[in-house]
Ligand binder design. Sequence first.
Ligand code: S3P
Length: 205
Amino acid sequence: MTLESGQNCGNSEEVFDFRKKPAGYNPTTYVLNRPVFFVGFMGAGKTSVARKLARMASVASMDLDAYIERHCDKKISDIFAESGEEAFRSIETNLLDELAEGDPQLIACGGGIVLASRNREILKDRGYVVYLKVTADEAAGRISDTSTRPLFNDLESARKTMAGRLPLYESVADLTVDTAGRSTGSLAYDIFETLKKEGVLCQQK
Ligand code: S3P
């Protein structure tokens, strides 16, 4: 399933005011029947959208990078600098596996989660995957401090990395959402509606 950019709005400078409850907004609480994984390139808005959606539906959310940092008591950039990418990827897989086994929640994954086939298996087999689509050029505009992203060096290499990962993101996605010109609140609301329709978010009795 794909939600196109601007599908619910007439212009690219859409402003979504989350305080005005949108038509159909229901303050009921919901439960997730499986984990929902947010994937996509760095700067796609995975963490922000998952957090907004968590507030809308009153469900838990977790950022996998933050979970890794807590587990290792180190910043992601320090894990990369001290132990290298391979070590980081191994911790990432172990903790993804752990979160996927726990109570279902919204899980914002790091941009490289789709690189390992084991991770792709976990995402596809155990959860519902929302792919937030962003171009490397848009992502560069959104990332204010690239020092926190050891793999975002320059625009040219980000474009290449993105091109290599694109088929992997597409291969795991249950829902693809184009983020161009969209606010995180509006994206969260559309995903909220889709998850209800798909039966992934169910009203709590
Ligand atoms: C990475 C993305 C980062 C973080 C790490 C590696 C990647 O997460 O996991 O720096 O390989 O794309 P975000 O996508 O949340 O920035």
